[in-house]
Design a protein around this ligand. Structure first.
Ligand SMILES: Cc1cc2nc3c(=O)[nH]c(=O)nc-3n(C[C@H](O)[C@H](O)[C@H](O)COP(=O)(O)OP(=O)(O)OC[C@H]3O[C@@H](n4cnc5c(N)ncnc54)[C@H](O)[C@@H]3O)c2cc1C
Length: 364
């Protein structure tokens, strides 16, 4: 018979959302188990590594993961395929480029140091009655937890096993490329080839993350579109040929996935669809939602009123409901108008840097 473990909360996934939940729960004095299927937590990230600077102000995060500060986000709507002669709009959007493996590991280390039993190479497999079956370095274990926090990312196995809808995602791919000149701003590229998505160049010093996220199923694949963007930037003298890393991953873009709480399971971060539907940014929401999930689990366990976790749902909606509804309305408009509308006008209505983004869509 499989060995059994007991705890107040089992956190599945040690990305920013799971480690934040484990950290908060452990600091509140709960018995926490934090598991991640990766052999080394934080490796390898699929991420542009850009976060708004408020993240480090709102949460007590170790600043040693900050690589570079950027003062604004420049947006370029591509009007030709070969030269940077685009319509540009910069918004003041101070942010940081972070070292994502370090960022994730800092959080997991703090959770472990605060008392969370943390295990890498350990995967959630399935539910067995009200217990969770996990596999830890080849050994099957059963975990009897009062609560489960599902922080297992965009393609959440927990969601799947509970029969819940799985995320619609953009396909993201990214290269770390050498820069040919000093770039102080983050850059975003909007192009008709990048169906429903965008490209980015996020400078980190001598290199930059050059990436692209788009819906698949078009003539041009995300990898080919990224290759073309890379060639264009080389031609324009911004970057040099070659790359130091290649990564890719899925970016949920349909807004919040309900329910956020089902039975004794709370969903957070990407597993809850908390990536911004237009920008695909999700690190801040992951940290926030994980932290709030840990808070409500602690309240429920301490007061022995297990239904208190339902307030997690209200808290997330209060924080993100309106912002995400608006962003989703813009995303739908973007996809609907992709073929028919003038591309520049469409971008000006739907991309966050332009004034038109603020305008409400009547039909949503
Ligand atoms: C290409 C790309 C670029 C991006 N760029 C940015 C950006 O610049 N800025 C930004 O804010 N956001 C960005 N994002 C989104 C951001 O990476 C996510 O929103 C964020 O990682 C969500 O954190 P999370 O903790 O919810 O999930 P994740 O970081 O995905 O963590 C989930 C964890 O769960 C683990 N796991 C999965 N299944 C199991 C299982 N069965 N058992 C145990 N563990 C499991 C995984 O190993 C993983 O460590 C990008 C995403 C992609 C794909």
């Amino acid at each position: 018979m499989a060995q059994q473990l007991q705890c107040d909360v089992l956190v599945i996934g040690a990305g920013p959302s799971g480690s934040s939940a484990a950290l908060r729960g452990a600091r509140e004095g709960l018995d926490v188990i934090l598991i991640d299927s990766k052999p080394r937590i934080g490796e390898r990230p699929h991420c542009g590594e850009f976060v708004p600077y408020q993240l480090f102000m709102e949460f007590d995060l170790n600043r040693n993961s900050i690589v570079k500060q950027v003062d604004s986000l420049e947006t370029w709507i591509m009007e030709t395929k070969s030269d940077i002669q685009f319509k540009k709009s910069a918004i003041q959007s101070k942010g940081y480029l972070i070292d994502r493996p370090k960022f994730d590991r800092n959080l997991a280390r703090e959770a472990a140091a605060s008392g969370a039993l943390t295990m890498s190479s350990t995967s959630f497999v399935d539910f067995e009655g009200n217990k969770s079956r996990i596999n830890s370095v080849g050994e099957n274990l059963l975990v009897d937890a009062k609560f489960v926090v599902a922080a297992d990312g965009a393609y959440s196995k927990v969601r799947k096993k509970m029969g819940l809808e799985i995320n619609d995602c953009l396909v993201g791919c990214q290269l770390e490329v050498p820069l040919n000149q000093n770039i102080s701003n983050a850059m975003v590229f909007l192009d008709k080839d990048y169906y429903g998505g965008y490209g980015w160049l996020f400078p980190k010093g001598s290199t930059a993350n050059l990436g692209l996220g788009m819906f698949p199923g078009r003539d041009i694949t995300p990898a080919k579109a990224l290759h073309n963007l890379s060639n264009m930037l080389i031609k324009n003298g911004l970057t040099r040929p070659g790359w130091l890393a290649r990564t890719g991953g899925l970016i949920p873009c349909h807004g919040i996935r309900f329910p956020l709480v089902k039975d004794n399971v709370l969903f957070c971060g990407d597993a809850a669809g908390l990536t911004h539907p237009v920008t695909g940014a999700g690190i801040s929401q992951a940290v926030y939602s994980g932290n709030v999930a840990g808070e409500y689990v602690a309240k429920a366990v301490k007061s022995k009123n297990l239904s208190l976790v339902n307030e997690y749902h209200d808290s997330i909606l209060l924080q993100y409901g309106a912002i995400f509804r608006h962003a989703l309305s813009k995303k739908i408009l973007l996809v609907k108008g992709w073929e028919e509308e003038d591309f520049t006008e469409l971008c000006e209505k739907t991309w966050i840097s332009f004034k038109g983004y603020k305008k409400r869509e009547r039909s949503f």
